[in-house]
Design a protein around this ligand. Structure first.
Ligand code: GH3
Ligand code: MG
Ligand code: MG
Ligand code: MG
Length: 326
């Protein structure tokens, strides 16, 4: 794509089109016209403009990468000579950031074969030259509307998926996601991806926090604890709330000694500074006990690993709490 990028510079025009959503809610559509014939590109944008779709033509950024996010429709002329339009089509339809971007190809009436090829590669629609401006406008509107619908559905799906894997109190992943991830990483570890470690962290004498200060303060402690834990594990680690005052961190590709040192860092950052409670007026010393487990052999299940971490945690509690055992 890199060598394409430099050759394409002359052919790119960006337009902004006001949508005609039935509810009047659609924000201006962003349409990228790619045609190395500037006169043709201008004619397309003028046709859309004449259709009472206000369009501001401006130079667009690169054709690949982030600059293409937020575009609603790519209008691509198959007659372009300074780059390979079919290659652009194929690239856009396979690249993660652009594969949902609809492409409307414009083909010469004598070049139907390449038009069909573009459709096979994933283009959403086609218009043959000479362009009928009413047809152009109708097809553009349909594609933009579809794109907006897909975007809205995707956002909703993302939100509900996020909700399904998040613990609402702390914002960490929940137990369901923890077990799911643990299963997946165990499979990889079993295939020789390096050891996998987990630790379970259980706040010490948490019941007495609730009993002494009330459930709301207990909740506040859980939130702050989650925050400290999150800050002290590594980006690749997966911190989860398993339930109550018990937390699990999954550490992919991590040997036992490293896992223990991460657990130890969490322990120190919990007991090192009192928690602020009662809107910052009060301070509360909190400690945590942690049990670490690392995969021993291929074929271990989620339950096997969690059980060993639990046994180590039990040892840590038994040995006086505020410590890490493995
Ligand atoms: P240990 O040191 O042995 O872990 O003692 P502990 O008191 O922490 O352990 P125990 O299992 O006896 O008590 C856990 C308490 O956590 C009991 C329960 O009321 C409280 N708890 C569980 N979930 C929540 C929650 O979501 N919010 C609050 N505030 N408390 C919770
Ligand atoms: Mg506890
Ligand atoms: Mg307990
Ligand atoms: Mg507990």
């Amino acid at each position: 794509m890199d060598e394409l990028r430099s050759r394409e510079a002359s052919g790119r025009r960006m337009g902004v089109i006001e949508g005609d959503d039935p509810n009047g809610q659609m924000s201006p559509a962003r349409i990228l016209i790619v045609d190395d014939n500037e006169r043709q590109a201008r004619r397309i944008s003028l046709a859309l403009k004449d259709d009472h779709l206000p369009m501001t033509i401006q130079e667009a950024g690169g054709l690949s990468g982030n600059k293409n996010t937020g575009i609603d429709l790519l209008i691509l002329s198959l007659e372009s000579k300074s780059f390979d339009p079919l290659r652009i089509c194929a690239h856009f339809k396979t690249a993660i950031g652009t594969r949902d971007l609809p492409i409307l190809v414009i083909a010469d009436f004598e070049d139907e074969a390449r038009g069909m090829r573009a459709l096979e590669l994933g283009a959403s629609d086609i218009i043959m030259r000479p362009i009928d401006t009413e047809e152009l406008s109708a097809r553009v509107k349909t594609q933009v509307r579809k794109k907006r619908y897909v975007d809205a559905m995707r956002r909703r799906l993302d939100e509900s998926m996020e909700l399904a894997i998040t613990d609402q109190l702390t914002g960490l992943y929940n137990r369901r996601h923890m077990l799911n991830q643990l299963g997946q990483f165990l499979n990889r570890a079993n295939r020789g991806d390096g050891p996998l470690s987990v630790f379970i962290a259980d706040i010490d004498h948490f019941k007495s926090v609730n009993d002494t200060y009330g459930h709301d303060v207990g909740d506040e402690v859980l939130k702050q604890f989650a925050e400290r834990m999150r800050e002290n594990v590594r980006p690749a680690d997966i911190p989860c709330r398993q339930g109550g005052e018990e937390f699990v961190v999954i550490m992919p590709n991590t040997a036992g000694d490293v896992a223990s040192s991460v657990a130890e860092r969490v322990r120190r950052h919990v007991c090192g500074e009192p928690f602020r409670i009662d809107s910052g007026k009060g301070r509360l010393d909190v400690t945590v006990s942690l049990g670490v487990a690392t995969t021993l052999s291929a074929g271990e299940t989620e339950d096997d690993v969690i059980k060993r971490a639990d046994e180590a945690l039990y040892e840590a509690k038994h040995a006086g709490r505020n410590q890490v055992k493995s």
